[in-house]
Each structure stands twice: as structure tokens, then as C-alpha cells.
Design a protein around this ligand. Structure first.
Ligand code: ATP
Ligand code: MG
Length: 330
């Protein structure tokens, strides 16, 4: 039997370069070797966007289109919608008994995001608990490997803890997953912020036009100490250089050298990046257009993916309920 991959995104807007280089690249690479499940985590989106459920439908569609446009093959990978699998919610409840509130409130990603959403004084219970629900996302299909960005590492660690505790208490039912990071596990934002993030508006989206990409890169933050093109640069603090490193594998070492020597200015460096990113995005834009015009086909892909994931969830939950003795009428 093939090992399994589970990974996915929150439908809080279209996907960006950070998603591609942080996780999608590995989804596409591994999908032949692993049985792959891609979750569109709509319930998790509600943990921060609960006031705007009207946005979900379109965002679910956009996230599906982005994954397909990047090369996720619906004939071998299953893309599914979290809320359509109530077994995940049930599993979340069982897991919630195995985790302390204290542990959740010390999770560094929860802390950063709570600040971002002004949840520090009044933390929604569902938001604090989303890593528990994520443990259910990962384990209902007994995933072995979870390709994620760096911000997700504390959550995978929590999943591993829950699995160990569950198996120890109730018997070996669950599989302990491993995280998988890419060569660029955290792409910074155009504003120089630590993370390109849908919710921070500092992104180059996979569907951005040539013109938009050009405009965004021209405004991107670079090494603040560099005024003239001949000043010696510090690529390690430059967002534009990090993008070269992520997407321009052939030339980034040369660019690093020229920048340090003051032989390439920021304007020329940005021009190179604009061309690299636009070349990279062109086929993705084309495939996006294809799927955007075929909404019915995309919804069928989601329907089939959800059906397959649901069957596996039902099987796992039978085992889970038996293990915790919630099987009265058997
Ligand atoms: P939101 O701000 O709404 O949470 P997001 O941009 O963080 O959106 P998610 O849907 O939460 O996106 O994340 C989906 C996956 O993409 C996760 O594995 C996450 O680690 C990864 N990811 C997101 N942003 C980046 C980034 N800038 N660099 C690397 N990986 C990223
Ligand atoms: Mg996120």
C-alpha cells in the first residue's frame, strides 16, 4: 500500500508564491509516490473569518483552481472540502480531551496569529483549538507525511503528541505523521514582513497578471542600507534576494555575489526578478484560466475527492469509536 500525504490550505483568498514554494511544490512532486489528499480547510477559515461566510464559496473554488493550476493531478490526488466530512469534527472532539489549554496557548504560531487578528484579549475557543482540528485533518486518513510551511511545525508536533497519547491510552489506531519542509519553508512578504500571507495583503498571487507582478516587485522592500547601486549590499536582509533564492535557482548565487560587491543595483535586480517570476507564472496563469472557465469540472473534482476522503474517514472513525468504547449498538 502507498504511504499517504495530507496537506492543504485555508480558503481565505487565492494562493500566492509562498504557498507554491512552501508546500505546493512538494505536493506536486510527491503525488505519484504517495496517495495524496489535499484539504480545503473551510471550517478552519471560519476560525478567523467567521463574520464573512459569504466569501467561502468563491475562496474554496479559487484554492481548488490554484492547486490544479500548479499541477496537482485530480486523477491521482484527492482534493476535498473539510466541512463535508463531519468525521473530522467528531475526531476533533475526541482529541480535545487529550490537549491542555495551556499547551495550546503557548503555541508560537497561535500567539503570532492571535496578535494579527486582535484575539489576544478575547480568544475564540475555536481559534485556540484549530491545531486540534488540524490533528484530526491529518490523522483521519492516517497520513504519513505533511508538506507544510515553517509556521505549521508546532501544529504537526501537537498532532504527533495527540497520536502518541491516543495510541497509548486506547491502542494503536492512529499513525504519527512527519512534517516535510521545502527549500524555502517561509517566504517573506513584499513588505519585508516575516511571512507572505493571504491575510496580510503582502502577496504575489499565482493569478496576478504580468503588470501586477511588475508593479508589486518594483515596490518590494530591499536592503534599507543600500542607497546607490554601487553600495555594497546585504542580500541576507533583502526580500527581493530571497525571492531570487526561491525562484531563480540558476542565477541566485551570482546575484548574491554581485549584490555584495555593489555590481548590481536594486533596480536591475528587480528587473531580473520580474522576468523570472513572470516566466514561472505564465503556465500557471494559463491553467488557472482553463479551470476558472470550467467551474462545473472543478466542482466535480471536489465532489469526487470529498467522496473518497469521506469513505476513509468513516473507516478510521469506526476504529476510533471502537478504541474509545463508543460503539454501544455493535
Ligand atoms: P492565512 O493568512 O489566511 O492563514 P496563509 O497565507 O497562512 O493564509 P494557509 O492556507 O494558512 O495560508 O497555509 C497553507 C499552507 O501554505 C501551510 O502549509 C503554510 O505553512 C504554507 N504557507 C503559507 N504561507 C507561506 C509562506 N509565506 N511561505 C511558506 N509556506 C507558506
Ligand atoms: Mg495560515
Amino acid at each position: 500500500m502507498k504511504k499517504r500525504v495530507l496537506t492543504g490550505d485555508r480558503p481565505t483568498g487565492p494562493l500566492h508564491l509562498g504557498h507554491y514554494v512552501g508546500t505546493i511544490i512538494n505536493r506536486v512532486k510527491l503525488q505519484k509516490e504517495y496517495e495524496t489528499f489535499i484539504i480545503i480547510a473551510d471550517v478552519q477559515a471560519l476560525t478567523t473569518n467567521f463574520e464573512h461566510p459569504e466569501l467561502l464559496k468563491n475562496d474554496v473554488f479559487q484554492v481548488a483552481v490554484d492547486n490544479l493550476a500548479c499541477g496537482v493531478d485530480p486523477n491521482i490526488s484527492s482534493i476535498f472540502i473539510q466541512s463535508m466530512i463531519p468525521e473530522i469534527a467528531e475526531l476533533t472532539v475526541y482529541y480535545s480531551m487529550l490537549v491542555s489549554v495551556n499547551l495550546l496557548s503557548h503555541n508560537p504560531t497561535i500567539k503570532t496569529e492571535a496578535k494579527q487578528y486582535n484575539f489576544e484579549k478575547s480568544m475564540p475557543y475555536g481559534f485556540l483549538g484549530y491545531p486540534v482540528s488540524q490533528a484530526a485533518d491529518i490523522t483521519f486518513c492516517k497520513a504519513n507525511l505533511v508538506p507544510v510551511g515553517e509556521d505549521q511545525l508546532p501544529h504537526i508536533e501537537l498532532t504527533r503528541k495527540i497520536v502518541r497519547k491516543f495510541n497509548q491510552l486506547y491502542g494503536e489506531v492512529l499513525v504519527e505523521p512527519e512534517p516535510l519542509l521545502s527549500h524555502m519553508p517561509r517566504l517573506p512578504g513584499l513588505d519585508g514582513g516575516a511571512k507572505m500571507s493571504k491575510s496580510l495583503g503582502n502577496c504575489i498571487y499565482l493569478g496576478d497578471s504580468k503588470e501586477v507582478v511588475e508593479k508589486k516587485i518594483k515596490r518590494a522592500v530591499t536592503d534599507p542600507k543600500r542607497i546607490h547601486p554601487t553600495d555594497l549590499g546585504h542580500p541576507e536582509v533583502c526580500t527581493v534576494f530571497t525571492y531570487h533564492k526561491a525562484f531563480n535557482q540558476n542565477d541566485y548565487l551570482e546575484i548574491e555575489h554581485s549584490c555584495r560587491e555593489g555590481k548590481i543595483g536594486c533596480v536591475a535586480c528587480k528587473e531580473k526578478l520580474i522576468s523570472v517570476i513572470n516566466q514561472f507564472l505564465e503556465p500557471i496563469r494559463e491553467r488557472r484560466k482553463y479551470y476558472e472557465e470550467r467551474k462545473k469540472e472543478v466542482m466535480e473534482i471536489l465532489y469526487e475527492g470529498t467522496k473518497k476522503a469521506k469513505k476513509i474517514a468513516e473507516e478510521t472513525l469506526e476504529e476510533v469509536r471502537a478504541a474509545i468504547k463508543i460503539d454501544y449498538f455493535k
